[in-house]
Ligand binder design. Structure first.
Ligand code: ATR
Length: 287
């Protein structure tokens, strides 16, 4: 594709943005579709998110992704917010609408699509979720909305798990999220669970860290899904596998959050063949 007078621009706003894989996702898709579009990183300094969004509006950017630390801070700058993103309180994708941008949360839809692609079910499942930070809060909400039977929310600080559980339960009007202390995993019902790792513990370069190291915990896990994708295999994933479970990293979540954003911006449907091609490219980055 040649950049010319009709090229549309998309990008990522956040701080830092140097290590992002999103340009690889979007520029690969643009090439496969033959769209005249480029995707570039835009580092935004602290305190300048409103200016950045106003600038993007004035420059008629087609769309933006939003990353740390602006996923919540960006919300007051938007013309509209999608209902899932509003309930979660975090936006990672902006799409141009008349008079400004509409905010979406494709991280959570991306996680859902990644799990579906791996045949991991949420509806009617009993799920263990580790952590009660921003990411885990969003996952708890996703599980509740997608019909999980029960979410055991395990956190080091139990008060934080209680707060998230209250918020999510109130929002979906059923008692689906049950807060617990990490150390109380022994009191979980005697059965195996899907466990989602939603903290940043174990992220490179601290690849040896893990929220729970006790192998008794992993005997309760049939499937482990870590939101982390760097390192390729976290210690959490290793421990799940060592006790006979299946384990997945967060790279497909990253892939699908990007694909859903691309679909919103360009009003297209990305085929599984195109998704696979982008995934292989992302994967090559880690091997
Ligand atoms: P976010 O999800 O908002 O990005 P995060 O910093 O990635 O936040 O993760 C915060 C979560 O990781 C919290 O659940 C935190 O537990 P506390 O609420 O008890 O602080 C959890 N966490 C961070 N370090 C941890 C550790 N060493 N052991 C256990 N949990 C930890």
């Amino acid at each position: 594709m040649e950049i010319n007078g009709k090229t549309r621009t998309c990008g990522l706003i956040g701080n830092p943005v140097e290590h992002t894989l999103s340009p690889m996702i979007h520029n690969t898709l643009a090439k496969r579709f033959g769209h005249n579009l480029v995707y570039v990183p835009f580092p935004v300094e602290s305190g300048r998110i409103t200016d950045a969004v106003k600038g993007a509006e004035a420059l008629r950017l087609l769309g933006l992704n939003v990353t740390v630390p602006y996923k919540s801070e960006v919300i007051p700058c938007l013309r509209e917010v999608d209902s899932l993103a509003a309930a979660i309180g975090a936006v990672n994708t902006l799409a141009a609408v008349p008079g400004g941008f509409k905010g979406y949360n494709t991280d959570m839809e991306g996680l859902y699509r990644a799990m579906t692609a791996e045949h991991i079910q949420i509806a009617d499942e009993e799920i263990i979720l580790l952590g009660a930070g921003g990411a885990s809060r969003a996952v708890a909400y996703l599980c509740a909305v997608k019909g999980a039977k029960r979410v055991y929310l395990l956190n080091r600080t139990v008060e934080k798990a209680q707060k998230v559980a209250e918020e999510v339960n109130r929002s979906v009007e059923r008692q689906v999220v049950l807060p617990m202390a990490l150390s109380d995993f022994d009191s979980l019902p005697e059965r195996k669970f899907l466990a989602i790792q939603g903290t940043s513990v174990g992220l490179s370069p601290h690849a040896e860290d893990v929220v729970i190291a006790d192998e008794k915990f992993y005997a309760r896990v049939h499937t482990g899904f870590d939101l982390i994708y760097s390192p390729w295999e976290t210690r959490f994933m290793k421990l799940v596998k060592e006790s006979g479970g299946r384990a997945y990293n967060g790279l497909k979540m990253l892939l699908y959050q990007g694909i859903i954003a691309y679909e919103l911006w360009n009003e297209v449907k990305v085929s599984e063949e195109d998704a696979d091609a982008v995934y292989e490219k992302l994967k090559a980055h880690f091997h």
